[in-house]
Ligand binder design. Structure first.
Ligand code: HEM
Length: 410
């Protein structure tokens, strides 16, 4: 930036980021924010964090809280009237210790690297079924929406099977999962929560019923295992169990769906890299990491200071919100060479997209394995795959991804 250029006001940049146009291509706006530095102090009232190291530190700082019920009281008066946030604050993502530690202890071992490895045959079977489904549709000649027919179908198929949700119920979750992720966006009008409230109420009825059915007749699935563990040790209330089952369904559907869609689009837009992904098994892990860095399915995380503290030399008063622009951190030139270049061969990649610290994504290993399995399989099965129109993004920035992605099989 030359000395004659004036810096854009950070609040104004954030406002533009939250517009529909801003969400289509947020990356130039992140650079405008970064021009103010890695930690942007808006008059002591709000911090925006753009640096990689600074976001990583914020995620590991125990005195920076996730949005639990007490934090939400300060941020969004009236939220207790809304089923979406009432249920969200009962899950591990929107809790802090001691509840967070208790929830995480209860659910974490089910998603260990060892468990995930035992699910590989199921993931491979789901991947093969999903790819054949797309191939059948594509053979009809018209464009296919990959978000609905590939990415969503694969993501919900994997978590649905793990939780014991019958296949015939999967499709009905699609709109509700999307509506619930909309409640994570910055709220400017409480009406934004209406669809998410209704979806959460529907999901709660569904999961209460699933829990009751598995209690009466256990099956070989995680819901049955969680019900048995809960009933034996009493570490969780029934409501907390249901809230965290809903989190697992939503978290394991929308973000993985967006990762898969982004991977396919990037492979088609970068034919050399796409060809490597198709032909070289070893290329998949790097392609997943670079997609997470370059086009993150989660772009913004929120924290609030639990006490007066100092963060990278900036005084932060208790209650002040920090907006962690992890998608900007993923393009921090102090951490990554040529950050605006999509390079799946990048050494020592470290996207912030699975978060870090206490709330580090519980499903990261599962999401990676699914993506590394299904996307190369699609590219091998349909070598003539082409984009059938411009790819647009949903009106979302916290959970960002394509609403539709039309392709033809060539
Ligand atoms: C591309 C795929 C995924 C992305 C980008 C992603 C991203 C994230 C992020 C950013 C967080 C933490 C947010 C914060 O720190 O405030 C998180 C937490 C979480 N994720 Fe994922 N996720 C993905 C897939 C999954 C899957 C497949 C599952 C299910 C098994 C899952 C379950 C969870 C859970 C339970 C938490 C809460 C952890 C806690 O609070 O301790 N996620 N995820």
């Amino acid at each position: 930036m030359s000395p004659t250029e004036t810096l854009a006001d950070p609040v104004d940049v954030m406002g533009r980021l939250l517009s529909f146009e801003g969400k289509q291509n947020p990356y130039p706006l992140y650079e405008q924010m970064r021009a103010h530095g890695p930690v942007v102090d808006v008059g002591g009232a709000h911090l925006f964090v753009t640096g990689h190291a600074e976001c990583a530190r914020a995620l590991r700082e125990p005195d920076l809280l996730s949005t639990d019920a007490a934090v939400q009281d300060g941020k969004l008066p009236g939220w207790r009237e809304h089923a979406s946030w009432v249920w969200l604050t009962r899950n591990m993502l929107f809790s802090n210790d001691p509840d967070h530690e208790r929830y995480r202890r209860f659910f974490a071992s089910a998603f260990s690297a060892r468990s995930v490895e035992t699910w590989r045959p199921m993931v491979e079977r789901r991947a093969a079924d999903t790819v054949e489904h797309v191939a059948r549709l594509a053979a009809e000649g018209g464009p296919v929406d990959l978000v609905a027919e590939f990415s969503f179908r694969m993501a919900v198929g994997v978590i649905g099977e793990l939780l014991g949700i019958p296949d015939e119920d999967h499709a009905a979750f699609r709109s509700g999962v999307g509506d619930i992720t909309m409640t994570l966006e910055p709220i400017r009008d409480m009406g934004q929560l209406t669809a998410g409230d209704a979806a959460m109420e529907r999901f709660a009825v569904y999961f209460h019923d699933l829990v009751a059915r598995r209690r009466a007749q256990p099956a070989n699935d995680l819901t049955s295992a969680f019900v048995k563990a809960r009933d034996a040790a009493g570490e969780l209330s029934e409501t907390e169990l249901v809230a965290n089952l809903m989190l697992l369904l939503v978290a394991a559907t929308e973000a993985p769906q967006d990762l898969l869609s982004n991977m396919v689009r990037l492979a088609l837009e970068h034919p050399g890299e796409g060809e490597r992904l198709r032909t070289d098994e070893k290329a998949a892990a790097g392609f997943v990491d670079e997609t997470l860095r370059f086009e993150p399915a989660a772009q913004i995380l929120n924290r609030v200071a639990a006490r007066d503290l100092e963060f990278f030399g900036v005084k932060v008063a208790k209650g002040v919100p920090l907006t962690l622009l992890i998608a900007a951190g993923n393009r921090d030139p102090r951490r990554f060479g040529d950050p605006g270049v999509f390079d799946p061969a990048r050494a020592d990649n470290s996207p912030l997209t699975f978060s870090g610290g206490a709330h580090f994504c519980l499903g990261a290993a599962l999401a990676r394995m699914s993506a590394e399995t299904v996307v190369p399989l699609l590219l091998r099965r349909l070598p003539g795959l082409r984009l059938a129109g411009p790819a647009t993004f949903r009106d979302q920035i916290v959970q960002r991804g394509h609403g539709r992605l039309l392709v033809t099989a060539g």
